[in-house]
Design a protein around this ligand. Structure first.
Ligand code: FES
Length: 162
């Protein structure tokens, strides 16, 4: 489940302070902010620029360069479908088509109920067991359309039971 703490500047400043002495602090700061708030809030850019004495454009450039950083709050679960070569060779494209249809979202989109965000990624480090899909922190291998639907249903059931 993705942490969805609302943006709070004082909390963000405390997070940034913990990384300030690190060389190349911008990337660890961005990861920490995303872990806490679920995305890189637009208000984080001027804050990072101020703290690191960078221009807003420099910070924005890094945020947009790395696809791992989200600029909008994700759904409660993040589904990452691998589209790299080894997974493509064993059906990743048709699986991805199925996932899009099953969740009724485009790449990067979030389901209408806010349950799932779909991301296309390039390698999950599970190449020998493709097609690979990661849901939140768990990597699933040899994923078929039916298996994906079962995993998604388990996440929905857990939410219903909570
Ligand atoms: S190519 Fe898909 S996990 Fe590596």
């Amino acid at each position: 489940m993705v942490d969805r703490a609302p943006w709070a500047e004082d909390r963000a400043r405390a997070i940034l302070a913990a990384y300030r002495a690190e060389p190349g602090a911008l990337l660890p700061m961005l990861h920490a902010l995303q872990e806490t708030f679920g995305c890189i809030d637009a208000e984080a850019v001027p804050l990072l620029a101020e703290v690191l004495n960078l221009s807003r454009a420099e910070v924005h450039g890094v945020v947009t360069f790395y696809h791992v950083f989200r600029r909008t709050r994700p759904g409660r679960h993040v589904v990452k479908v691998c589209r790299a070569e080894a997974c493509q060779a064993v059906g990743a494209e048709s699986l991805l088509d199925h996932v899009r249809r099953s969740l009724a979202v485009e790449d990067g989109g979030t389901t209408a109920d806010g349950a799932f965000t779909l991301q296309v990624v390039y390698c999950l480090g599970n190449c020998a067991l493709g097609p690979s899909v990661m849901v939140d922190e768990t990597v699933h291998g040899r994923v078929t359309p039916a298996r994906f639907d079962a995993v998604a249903a388990i996440h929905r059931d857990r939410e219903d039971a909570a």
